[in-house]
Design a protein around this ligand. Sequence first.
Ligand code: ZN
Length: 475
Amino acid sequence: MRATVGLLFVSLVGACAGDVAPARPARVGLAKYADAVDWKAAGEETAGLLAEYLKVDTVNPPGNELRGARFLAERLQREGLEAKVVELGAGRANLMVRLAAAASTEKPLCLLSHLDVVSAEDAQWQHAPLSGEVVDGYVWGRGALDMKGMTAVELMTVLQLKRRAVPLNRDVVLLAVAGEEVDSFGMRAAVASDWPGCGGVVNEGGIGLKNLLFEGQTVFAISVAEKGALWLRLRAKGNAGHGSVPQPGRAPMELLKGAQALLGREAAPRVHDAMYELLRRAGAQAGGVPGFIMQRPALVDLLVQGKLLSKPTTRAGITDTCQVTGYSGIGTSVNVVPSEVYANVDCRLLPGTSADAMLAELKDRVKDLPYVSLEVVSKLESNGSTWDDPLFDALARNAVRGRTDAIAAPVLSTGYTDSLLARPLGARAYGFIPFEISQEELATMHGKDERVSVANLQRGAEVLFRAVVDVAGSP
Ligand SMILES: [Zn+2]
């Protein structure tokens, strides 16, 4: 059965897909630094550090990231590392520390994270969001995954580089910024006046997900690109009046027509090269007929695209999307028609769709509605980094090190992170939290019971350290 179907597909598409491309090999003579670390002890130390850090309240709004920055600065100072805390006013701050190379041959490698976390409904949690409790092998608290756990792993990486006096061929910078969860306040400040000139960036974005495409296979997703965001206000203005007599030109009803016109957009699917590459790598390891199909973009378009379109999460990965995210206006009485109402519209754009192009398309859709207008609230263009890159390869190779049931592959993120602000400054930015979690654990990010296992902190610390040494160390 398998062979027959396989032959049919070969005759359909002709070309062969080939194996998973061999990543760049590890650089010679560097493994010794990681091999000398007691990773069990380092994992426990990372867990202890995170447990304390989770107790530091940096819920945004208001942020209070200065507390988080001081906490990290104090940990660094204990080991003789002088961190720079850049105060941004009203209790807010960024933190930066640099391990300098004797002679740099490349721009710095930056380990980026954000200091703030989103709010949590305390009563819903098994262990309070600011408790930092360690129970049943997990460290509990808001930010365990997004993203204080990653900051702890990045901090441990810097501490190990310092403790082992690893010679560097480029500077390694730890940069923790304020405000990512609301408006990228800290990153905007860093970019404007304190940018360390990163050549490579490791940030949040992707993570390892168990059973993502195949039962028993883990996909370590490394984000290489992010969709852009066009935020709009769809506004309707008309005459105020009485609710008893419907009339044309009344703002609330005209707004619905405008929203309807926007919803009439047919989303044309466009599969990003990262998606083809992820399917190719997953398919090559899984084998069988599904694996055969997934390794061939032409067959993916023919046979898989429909499936991708049928699920909201994957649909958002291959189309430009717009949705109404809320309504507001003047007046709340049921029997009074207000003169003005508006809807918030959040559009997310694939690489290749500019904000202006989407705006023009949407304006065209409402052009025959005289009471309706569209205003731009903000726009951020999509961007991405190539995955043909030593840092990407080092992250991918170490994520799956010693594993035959896991792949690492590039992805396009539907949401954006601070990486979107780093790339225009010349950095290749990769979003990768080196933990391996279930869908259930993933749902705790911004939800309740956020936690990370001590085992993940141990493995994550080792993966990141090995990757950093591989691209920034000298034998
Ligand atoms: Zn985050």
